[in-house]
Each structure stands twice: as structure tokens, then as C-alpha cells.
Write a protein that binds this ligand. Structure first.
Ligand SMILES: C[S@@+](CC[C@H](N)C(=O)[O-])C[C@H]1O[C@@H](n2cnc3c(N)ncnc32)[C@H](O)[C@@H]1O
Length: 239
């Protein structure tokens, strides 16, 4: 079943269970190899170092976590799709995988130096709650690096890109994976997702301050960077 934009958590996790085995391959093909470049830029923004405690939320098969672990960071890769976790444990046996829902994280307050989420926030059915949970588990002054599909800035390019998303992408993915429903959902969810400045505003209301962002590939992807603000989860906080 194709999830709709209500993003029912059962349907979303089942969809990722179904695509898990071909997820990384399809990612590379459908982004024309851009995914690798996006990860390189993200890794340099995160600047992982030995001893740094990082939560990679919605880590899927761990492809977003592995570059951070390789540079010595202490990474926890959390996701709620058992299928994605199972593929990840085989692909990256050195990663620490944890089954977790973004809306109810099983971690103590102020655990991580940095939290990151790549191509995951859009799939939750409550982005505000997920951002607040991420803020809760981040140490004071810790950072978030949020990678997500966004809206290309140039109108002419945005039109071509959205046509590719809605028209060509599900067709190509059907040939490769025999199941295009996940990519129909992908296209629709990207179109409906807030643009760069709207997402920055949402972050500021959800436990983060000093939000900036960097566009990648003309704004197809944006990396938002922010610092944890005064806690939104503690009673009596003056956020
Ligand atoms: C597009 S994949 C991204 C995986 C990885 N971060 C990457 O960059 O390749 C999105 C992931 O978000 C996970 N996800 C979606 N909603 C979630 C939630 N509420 N809690 C935890 N994981 C979630 C899915 O299971 C899926 O593995």
C-alpha cells in the first residue's frame, strides 16, 4: 500500500521494510549519483571526531552513519523499520543500530553532542515532535544537522525537477524495483514539504536556535544547521 501524506507510521515503516534491500542502489541511481556528494558535504559540516557522541536518527541501512563512524565518532543509528535495520546490520556490522521511533526516543535527556537526520524528518507524521525529541536528547549548545529534500530556488529548474519527480521517477523505479509505490509517495511528500525558510521557522519553534542552511544541487537538498535552544521539554524553561 502506498502511504499518503498523513504518513501513517505503520504504512511508512512497512514501505521502508519493502524497499530496504534495494534502497541504497535506487538512491544512487535516481539521484544520478548525487547522494554520495550530499553525504560528503554533510560529513564535512558535522566534522565528526573521536569521542563525539552522535545520534543519526532515521538512519535506515546506516549509509548516513558509516562515514561518521569511520572518522571516529561514537554513532548511534536509530530507525523504526526492522527491514532497514536488518539490511544495515549486514552491510555495516560495526555500527550500533537501535530500533526507535523519532517521536518517542529511548534516550536520556542531553545525551548527544550532535544529532543528525538525513531524509527522515519528512517521513514522520509530526515533524515538530520529532524536532523537540531531537532537542531533548542533545546536550546544551549541541548541534543538529538536518538533511532533507527541499525546493530548488530557480523557478525554471524547480518546474523541470518537480516534473521529473512526479512523472519520471516512479516509472524508472518500477523498472528497477518492480514496486513504484514508494517513489510515488516520495515525489508527493517532497512537493508538499516546507521550503528552506519555512523549515527554518519550524525548527526555531521546536527547540533550535540560530538556524542556517546550505543548498546542495541548486536546492534539491538543503542542509539545515542549528544549535539547541533553551530546553522546550523542561517545565519552567524560558524558551
Ligand atoms: C529515506 S530513509 C533515510 C535513511 C538514511 N538516513 C539515509 O540517508 O540513507 C528514511 C528513513 O526514515 C525512517 N523513519 C521514518 N519515520 C520514522 C520514525 N518516525 N522513526 C524512526 N525512523 C523513521 C524510515 O524507516 C527510513 O529508514
Amino acid at each position: 500500500m502506498t502511504p499518503d501524506l498523513n504518513k501513517n507510521p505503520n504504512e511508512i515503516s512497512q514501505m521502508f521494510d519493502r524497499v530496504a534491500k534495494k534502497y541504497d542502489l535506487l538512491n544512487d541511481l535516481l539521484s544520478f549519483g548525487q547522494t554520495k556528494r550530499w553525504r560528503k558535504v554533510t560529513t564535512s559540516i558535522i566534522a565528526p571526531k573521536p569521542g563525539m557522541k552522535i545520534l543519526d536518527l532515521a538512519a535506515g541501512t546506516g549509509s548516513s552513519s558509516e562515514p561518521l563512524r569511520k572518522l571516529g565518532a561514537d554513532v548511534v543509528s536509530a530507525d523504526f523499520s526492522q527491514g532497514m535495520l536488518d539490511v544495515g546490520k549486514i552491510k555495516y556490522p560495526k555500527l550500533k543500530f537501535v530500533k526507535a521511533d523519532a517521536l518517542d526516543l529511548p534516550f536520556e535527556n542531553e545525551t548527544f553532542d550532535l544529532v543528525t537526520i538525513s531524509f527522515g524528518l519528512r517521513n514522520t507524521n509530526n515533524a515538530t515532535k520529532a524536532l523537540q525529541e531531537l532537542s531533548r536528547v542533545t546536550k546544551p549548545n549541541g548541534r543538529i544537522v538536518l538533511v532533507e529534500f527541499s525546493h530548488p530556488n530557480q523557478k525554471w529548474f524547480r518546474n523541470i525537477y518537480f516534473r521529473y519527480l512526479v512523472g519520471a521517477l516512479p516509472l524508472i523505479s518500477r523498472v528497477i524495483s518492480k514496486d513504484s509505490s514508494a517513489y510515488v509517495y516520495l515525489a508527493e511528500s517532497i512537493k508538499a514539504w516546507p521550503n528552506q525558510s519555512e523549515l527554518a521557522k519550524l525548527m526555531m519553534k521546536s527547540g533550535w536556535r540560530d538556524v542556517t542552511w546550505q543548498d546542495l544541487t541548486f536546492g534539491i537538498v538543503a542542509v539545515h544547521i542549528a544549535f539547541r535552544s533553551v530546553s522546550v521539554f523542561e517545565p519552567n524553561s524560558a524558551n
